[in-house]
Design a protein around this ligand. Structure first.
Ligand code: NDP
Ligand code: 8X3
Length: 253
């Protein structure tokens, strides 16, 4: 029997890497993508050794033309994507909005909003045509309410919520499902990237609390994808047990 195909962006680290392993374990064929080709191919080799069919595509989701070529150039037997996980994304900086870096803002907006839209625009028409498919966007608790210094990052994740909700309306006449998974504190490379490689500062984000892992979020993403066809998990907020919302976290000394 033909296996389902999942395309997951940002699989060289964290939540995306967890999703790749979870969907491989769940019997999917996988299209894994990110910019760092070497890491992608390492994951491809590992998953193939476990019996999963894998196509690795190295491109930057901000590059609309590269994204178009990647999707339009898919080999015939990889074209019918069943699940798109729009995970690639990042935060840069934690400065007040009146002091933030224009470059950081551009990178977040171009990746988290425009990159997600690029994939959506090129992949979803096929889903609508086939009358089946599932788009799972990785939003964030940061999209529910802003926190200090979060300004632009929070705005991008609010945009992910609006885009996800809008797409769900646009495909409501089809069997395509649309989900927003909104994690809280997940220990990945997220904070190292946010603080431009300052590992000590990144470590402090997860001090005194047991954070979520990429695998925890991957389980939720896979659960949403595995629900019966008539069940659409519209939105899931996933927090660590000692995190109450985007700003309230109980930390043990
Ligand atoms: P990581 O930094 O560990 O992973 C980010 C992944 O995104 C990497 O694989 C990276 O690959 C890829 N990526 C980043 N920019 C681009 C780009 N321009 N083009 C293609 N791929 C890109 O972070 P997380 O796993 O934590 O983050 C994944 C998603 O989860 C993000 O959207 C983030 O906002 C969201 N999130 C994270 C939370 C957390 O606490 N960690 C909480 C809530 C949401 P490469 O560098 O090889 O391109
Ligand atoms: C990542 C979670 O709270 O660090 O989206 O912004 S948070």
């Amino acid at each position: 029997m033909k296996k389902k195909i999942a395309l997951i962006t940002g699989t060289t680290s964290g939540i995306g890497e967890g999703c790749a392993r979870r969907f491989a374990q769940g019997g999917y064929d996988l299209i894994i993508t990110a910019r760092r080709g070497e890491l992608l191919h390492k994951l491809q080799t590992e998953l193939e050794a476990q019996g999963t069919r894998v196509l690795a595509l190295a491109f930057d989701v901000r590059d609309r033309e590269a994204t178009r070529q990647a999707i339009e150039g898919l080999p015939e037997d990889w074209r019918e994507i069943d699940v798109l996980v729009n995970n690639a994304g990042l935060a840069r900086g934690l400065e007040p909005a009146y002091e933030g870096s224009f470059d950081d803002w551009d990178e977040m907006i171009d990746t988290n909003i425009k990159g997600l839209l690029n994939l959506t625009r090129f992949v979803v028409p096929g889903m609508v045509e086939r009358n089946r498919g599932h788009v799972i966007n990785i939003g964030s608790v940061a999209g529910d309410a802003a926190y200090g210094g979060g300004n632009v990052y929070c705005a991008t994740k609010s945009a992910v919520k609006a885009i996800t909700d809008g797409l769900r309306i646009d495909v409501a006449h089809t069997k395509v499902r649309v989900t927003n998974v909104k994690p809280g504190l997940v220990e990945t490379h997220f904070s190292n990237v946010r603080f431009h490689g300052d590992d000590a500062r990144a470590d402090k984000v997860y001090q005194g609390i047991q954070p979520l892992t990429g695998d925890d979020i991957a389980d939720v993403v896979f659960y949403a994808a595995s629900a019966p066809e008539h069940v659409q998990i519209a939105e899931v907020l996933v927090l660590a047990t000692h995190q109450a919302n985007g700003t309230v976290v109980h930390r043990e000394p």
